[in-house]
Structures are given as C-alpha cells and as structure tokens.
Design a protein around this ligand. Structure first.
Ligand code: XIL
Length: 346
C-alpha cells in the first residue's frame, strides 16, 4: 500500500491539522500529501472561538467554510476544534461593555449562542467536535479558567448539552494534553464519569499527543488509553507531534533568553538532524504507532498536528524561531522512513 490511510483502513482514521496556507491552497504540495495519506482533517486554528467570533455576534466563517468544503470534496472525516477553550478565546466573551466580568448567566448565554451557531452551521458535515478543551490540570484538579471561575464545573456539562442540541448526530469529545500524567488521567476519568452519570452525551476522549523524546512513557500513555476506553467512550490521539528540541528552562529571564549561547543551545539543528536523532525519533514514532495498532479496537482516530516539519507550530512554541522536526513528513514534503514503517506495521 502506498498510503497511510489505505494501510490503516479498518483500524482507525488517520488525520492531519490544516492551517491557513493549506486551507487557502497556497501550500500546494501539502494538499497532495493530505489527499494521498490522510482521511481525517481538523482546523489547527480557524475554528477556535477568537477566529470564528472575533466580535460578539460577528462571525467569520471564511476559512472554516473553505476547510469544510475541502473535506467534503475529498471525503474526509471532519473534526471541529474547538468549541470551549480558555485559550484563543476572544476577550469580549468574558467582559461586558463596561469592561467588567460578565455574570454566570451571561457567560452561559454566550456559550450557548457560540456553540449553537457554529455546530448548527456544520451540522451533518462535522462528524465530531472537541467540545471542551483542556479543563483539567496535571494534578487532576480543575483548571482555574474563566469558564470554570464564572460558571463553575457545570460549564463542561452545559457545553456538551448545547452541542448535542445543535447536532444530535455529532460525536462529542473532551480533549486535553499530558493525558499520560497519573493525576490528570484520574481527573479526566472522574469528570467523564460524572458527566455520564448526569446523562450527558459524551462519545470520546481526545488525547493530545504533543510529545517530547522523553515524555510521556509509552506504558503511561497506554494506561490512560486503556482506562479511557474502559469508560465506554472512543479514544482519539488528537494532536500528535514529537519535538526533538530541548525544553526551554522555565526560570529563564529575558537576559538569559536573549543570550546568544542560550539561543543556540535551544535551537541546535538548524542545518539538519544528526542521524542518531533521526533514528531515535523514528523509533519513538514507531513505539507509539505499534501501541495504537495494538489498541486499534479502542482508537477511533490518530491525528498529526500538521502536515510537514516546516509548517509545525513546534518551530515557534514554546520558543519562537526554532527548527524542529516533529512530524512524519519533512520540509521537502517527503515522507520520513517512519511513514513506510507505519504502513508495514499496519
Ligand atoms: C496551537 C496551534 O498549533 C498554533 O498555531 C497556535 O498558535 C496555538 O495553538 N493544544 C491545542 C491546540 O488544543 O489547539 C493548540 O494549537 C496546541 C495545544
């Protein structure tokens, strides 16, 4: 088989995130890769609330419509990302005309309007929604977001109910990162169980796969994957990439951050990856894909967070202007050897 999607057919969807250059079609080579290898798409940015509703009541669906159109034409499994998230949400969402924080009722109304408008527009075309993103912390406690602080933990239930009202046939997911973390695993399990006990329709849990070469351990990731599946929901690996770059020190001050040696230390592979690191990256991807294939009965979809290395957000996060190699297609749109290895493994 020549393509990931053919090789993995019958196991799980294999997806990628699309950003503006792919959606607008200026990154033409990426379109070829997407249509050859992937059968699921998600918007990397253009369906976040600050993009879709930058001003209250003024929706901008230009890019999102284009992506949905592309997905429909190419028979893709289309995922909506994301309805309720503390990040990339417009400021107006939480403040009134005087600049004061809105009341609980007002925020709930705004959530309802946003979710109803967006989900209704793409009803029948978006198959699944990341309804709530990143509500739980590493230690299992609630993230102290505006949604949580103003509405209380019910904001999650309400978001799912609004989405279900707008499209009863859409699958509804909870999505979060560092899901291999024991505390977060338990926190998410508790939250999902509580939603299920309240009769809330929740169909899946998305495990963002933003990995480094060390974390998470495959066995810890597996524990979460199995524990989530045991809740009776689908599991998705939603934002897979593996950064090979060192993590910036958290204690770094501006003077150190601007220091030339430090910059170089944080961005060591501008000229290409040493073979030893390429093969370690290959092995890391292979270990995870072996795990996904082993548990394919639990996994609905695996989505890479971007098409090719040149486009990855990891070049700019958590530090700007770096050269990272986190995806499975390189800067020349060529498949890395891992692509053939996954096809072989499937
Ligand atoms: C990231 C995008 O990749 C970047 O382009 C953007 O600048 C910030 O957001 N968790 C998520 C994704 O759920 O939406 C984030 O995407 C990465 C972390």
């Amino acid at each position: 088989s020549e393509s990931l999607k053919d090789a993995l057919a019958g196991k799980f969807f294999i997806g990628t995130a699309m950003n503006a250059p792919q959606i607008e079609g200026t990154d033409t080579a990426a379109i070829g890769v997407i249509t050859q290898h992937f059968n699921a798409i998600v918007a990397e940015n253009c369906m976040k609330s600050e993009e879709l509703q930058p001003e209250q009541g003024k929706f901008d669906f230009t890019l999102a419509d284009k992506m949905i159109e592309f997905g429909m034409q190419n028979n893709m499994h289309i995922i909506g990302h994301t309805l309720i998230w503390h990040s990339q949400a417009p400021k107006w969402f939480f403040t009134d005309a005087q600049g004061n924080e809105v009341s609980r009722d007002t925020l709930i109304e705004r959530m309802r309007t946003h979710i109803h408008t967006v989900v209704t527009r793409y009803k029948g075309r978006v198959k699944g929604w990341d309804v709530v993103n990143e509500a739980i912390e590493d230690d299992g406690s609630w993230r102290q977001s505006k949604f949580y602080k103003i509405v209380g933990e019910d904001f999650v239930r309400l978001a799912f109910e609004f989405a279900h009202e707008a499209d009863p046939d859409a699958e509804l997911y909870y999505n979060d990162y560092s899901m291999a973390h024991e505390g977060r695993r338990q926190g998410v399990i508790n939250m999902v169980k509580s939603l299920q006990q309240q009769g809330v329709k929740i169909h899946g849990i998305g495990m963002q796969g933003h990995m480094s070469m060390q974390f998470p351990e495959v066995s810890e990731f597996e524990k979460s994957l199995v524990a989530f599946a045991n809740l009776g929901v689908k599991v998705m690996i939603t934002e897979l990439d593996v950064s090979i770059l060192p993590s910036p020190r958290r204690d770094v001050g501006a003077d150190v951050a601007l220091n030339y040696d430090y910059q170089k230390e944080m961005n060591p592979y501008t000229e290409g990856l040493p073979d030893s690191i390429s093969s370690a990256l290959h092995q890391r991807y292979l270990d995870f894909f072996k795990l996904f294939i082993k548990h394919h009965d639990k996994i609905n979809r695996v989505t890479l967070w971007g098409v090719h290395d040149g486009q990855s957000w990891k070049n700019d996060w958590p530090m700007r202007g770096r050269t990272d190699y986190p995806l499975i297609f390189d800067r020349n749109y060529e498949p890395k050897p891992i692509v053939a290895a996954i096809i072989e493994e499937a």
